[in-house]
Design a protein around this ligand. Sequence first.
Ligand code: DGJ
Length: 742
Amino acid sequence: MILFDNNTFHITNGKISYIFKILRNEHLGQLYFGKAIKHRNSFDHLLVEKATNLAPAVFQGDLDFSLEVLKQEYPSYGTGDFRDPAIQITQPNGSSITDLIYKSHVITKGKSSIKGLPSTYGDNVETLEITLYDVLIDVKVILKYSIFEAGLIRSAEIYNLGTNPIKIDRVMSASLDLYDADFEMITLNGAWGRERHIQTQKIVKGIQSISSARGASSAMHNPFIALKRPYTTEQTGEVYGFSLIYSGNFLAQVQVDAYDVSRVLIGINPFEFEWNLNQGESFHTPEAVLIYSDEGLNGMSQNFHNLFRNNLMRSPYKQKARPILINNWEATYFDFTEDSILEIAKTAKNVGVELFVLDDGWFGNRNNDTSSLGDWSVNLKKLPSGIKGLAEKINNLGLDFGLWFEPEMVNEISNLYKTHPDYVISTPARKKSYGRNQYVLDFSRDEVVNCIFEKMYETLSIANISYIKWDMNRNITEAYSCSLDHSHQKEFFHRYILGVYSLYEKLIDRFPNILFESCSAGGARFDPGLLYYAPQAWTSDNTDAVERLHIQYGTSMLYPIASMGTHVAAVPNHQVDRCTSLKMRADVAYFGTFGYELDLNKISTDELGQIEKQIMFFKEHRELIQLGDFYRLQSGNYYSWMVVSNDRKTAILGYYKILAHPNPSLKKIKLVGLDKNSEYKINTFINQKLFTKHYGDELMNCGLILETEFTGLMQAENFTGKYTPGTDKGDFTSQIYILTAE
Ligand code: DGJ
């Protein structure tokens, strides 16, 4: 519901209220964002006008009305507010001061999409569009707010109505001034192989920010920040979450001012960004998501999950259980033949796998990573039946077939580079940097995007391909496009990502049933923007079960379980050389799309038997896991998380121990999300042993007391000196518990 009374907007979905008003100077002032509060015809008392006489005053003699102090809705620099602004526009005379005055607003049912950008949608949504206007430069800014059940979406659109060209230097998707600074900021940071680890820090006066200038959202920082109260836990307390539906350079920052107001800004990174607008042209920002929860971090995460699943992903798979796949990358790397692929596929089919994915190395002369990107035609030496023939053979085994592409890239050793060296991103007269021996194609140019589309289309139109893994293995350097003149070069990064989106759009339009999985050297472009096109993303190249605990725990902060690509790989693990049990590897991978990435012909019959059981288990429970409500319970040396079905009749708990310690304490976990009155039968997987039976209220308040851990040889073996190793002992153990309401 969106209400307008007494110059005040109150946006609410019954759970949150977002309130701001038209101030005396006709700018917009922020009043409140938090748990829903009753509507009243005036919230003026929430606006505290109080400044020192040193602060710049808007009205003569009215020292209290100063933009330096007031909380604002979409601030600009230069008329009294000295904090970082949401918008900055350079005008022909060199000035970048704007004075955006409220003009009008409109409230509508529904929500429109944004041309060329990913955007949220839904039936049960209301939208407020407020027009602000700067009379001096004839520029209109439309602030857009759409309220969904799960949260608020914001964006801004700038129109140049005047005859003079203008240049946008900075345009945030959302700006929010929060009343105080008693917050800790959570960010998801990392690098290749250790993406989205949770970092929590107390916010302090000044600016704290994360950003990307790599041309992609990146493994280093995810376009997300949360501000939680110091006392907020996974299950209780207040938290604000902000994310950006965008896959390119971003900025997310919090600035605490002298009066402890916390200003949150999120949008396209202003660093290396400019956008020119001539008369009649407009620019639309990506959408920002604003979530508030007073039910802890899980409350925030579930709102993100629901919003992304219901109102952002478009794929026919968005509400469907995902196929269990086997990917040949860690099984063969570049070293495969049609026969070796079919051998893996046959065994995979026998144990219950549903989809075979052929990874890198199927095209051109690609036997290592130095050549052939850009030449998307099959290597007949390796695959004599071609992709069409191989897909048929795989289909005949009873498996679907999926294929790897890296559409945005080209190697110097390739036909594409020979014919079109100009398609590569490079700065004239400067050396080009390599990244994994490859260059990035200039996707800011339509002809380049079209050329790659045609090449992909050739394969996709003849072979029965039901899945595409879209990889992207390097970031952009020497950013420059030969198609842009000097005054438009800083538009390049945004234009590039629009090109990526347009290729996705073309492919989806032509092949609407293909399941896309985005990937970027693992999880370096795992962001909400790509979820619009690809409902799942490869979470990390790190397939080690222990490392995946940290990565998946962090990723679940905002991304739904069904969006996380999770595979069981071989041991010793190829990224950290660690050995973990097949059980633990699967117990971790169940909480994702689930699949395998190893040569099933190189493992023992016993292990193959275990895999068959794992797949049976997953098929039985994947709807619950992928579409249920996910809760994080604990992290550290012990990790646990659980999913609960929408009707709360079944739940699955994953419990993991990293390192064993002697003589450990008893372990008890408080479960969440259950029906307090139902009695749950609790089984363990894999041996299906009946563990225990308890009521939901006991499990949630008293907790589930777990089996005692191995306490050490001295006690356990009663000094006999006989020691029997077991999969439940030692480092790296795990247990899956299945709860079923009687
Ligand atoms: C990086 C991806 O993350 C891997 O899964 C694999 O597809 C390789 N690229 C192939 O080059």
